[in-house]
Design a binder for this molecule. Structure first.
Ligand code: C2E
Ligand code: MG
Ligand code: MG
Ligand code: MG
Length: 292
């Protein structure tokens, strides 16, 4: 019903456009406003080492606090955004906001890292690497070693040579690079051998059902095997239970992320979550204690 209401409103726009395009256009106007009004928010989901439960960092995941529709997930607006002129400004906002939150955690004594998702088009934008360089220049306190750029395997990086060069430049600047949603694309093997990556993330769609679907389990096994053959550490997404964690650990997977560890949370909850996580896993992964 909400959709139907939206549809009627849209007739005030150019009637020549078809309904779908009208919806996108209306949403784009809203997205423009949302960026100005600071309606976007980053949620953060923990990533931990399976063997000792040590927290390795938090992935920033974008949300839209829509004034009428409430909290919206990326599925509801990224497709519109990523086809628009807002893609680059929003991508820059995500990096800057994630780095800002990380700085606040550091100030509070938590040496946490972040990862951020980079759209293929933003990555391939001519100004991407120069932007990163300028950004680091203007923020000398930021350690790029603590920022991982997650690049989707499923987006066709049309020009893999150029993608590889851009990522190599990012690594020169000190950033880390992860290959996201690995296994869902068509170029898995060539990406693994060509791109300069620090981490491979097994797509959650295979992980979620790996305990009861032998095909999915076979895919997870193969992906981990391939990653290892190329000497890349592996993180599994979609770890919904500790049974998943054990199975993955047996397969040689080093890191995990998923509802079974922690759901994406507002930045303000991260410090408290981290403290509680370490309390629940006392003998493990207390990096601060180890250093002391
Ligand atoms: P992703 O980067 O693969 O992020 C993982 C997604 O899986 C997140 O969905 C997360 O909430 C969800 N997830 C995590 N653990 C579990 C689990 O145990 N079970 C299940 N069923 N799902 C789990 P979310 O936040 O809706 O994000 C969806 C996608 O949107 C992301 O997939 C990423 O590709 C994209 N995205 C999110 N934030 C950004 C951003 O700031 N910039 C760009 N370019 N893309 C983003
Ligand atoms: Mg990601
Ligand atoms: Mg992913
Ligand atoms: Mg995904």
């Amino acid at each position: 019903a909400a959709k139907d209401k939206g549809r009627n409103l849209l007739h005030i726009f150019d009637p020549e456009l078809n309904e779908h395009r009208q919806q996108k256009r209306a949403q784009l106007i809203e997205l423009n406003r949302a960026l100005d009004n600071k309606e976007f928010e980053l949620y953060f989901q923990p990533q931990v080492q399976i063997a000792d439960c040590k927290i390795i960092g938090f992935e920033a995941l974008i949300r839209w606090n829509h004034p009428h529709k409430g909290l919206l997930y990326p599925d509801a607006f990224l497709p519109t955004l990523e086809a628009s002129h807002l893609e680059v400004p929003l991508g820059q906002w995500v990096l800057e906001e994630a780095a800002l939150q990380m700085g606040l955690w550091h100030d509070a004594g938590e040496d946490l890292s972040v990862s951020i998702n980079i759209s293929a088009r933003h990555l391939m934008d001519r100004n991407f690497a120069p932007y990163l360089e300028n950004y680091l220049h203007s923020r000398p306190a930021i350690k790029p070693e603590q920022i991982t750029l997650e690049v989707l395997e499923s987006t066709s990086l049309d020009d893999i040579k150029r993608a590889s060069d851009v990522l190599a430049r990012c690594k020169e600047l000190g950033f880390r690079v992860a290959l996201d949603d690995f296994g869902t694309g068509f170029s898995s093997l060539s990406y693994l051998s060509t791109l300069p990556i620090d981490l491979v993330k097994v797509d959650k769609s295979f992980v979620i059902n790996m305990l009861n679907d032998s095909n999915d389990r076979a895919i997870v096994e193969s992906v981990i095997f391939m990653g290892q053959r190329f000497h890349h550490p592996i993180l599994a997404e979609g770890v919904e239970t500790m049974d998943h964690a054990h199975a993955l650990s047996d397969l040689g997977c080093e890191y995990m992320q998923g509802y079974g560890v922690g759901r994406p949370m507002p930045a303000d909850n991260v410090l408290e979550w981290s403290r509680q996580w370490r309390q629940r896993h006392p003998k493990r992964g207390v990096s601060i204690d180890n250093d002391a």
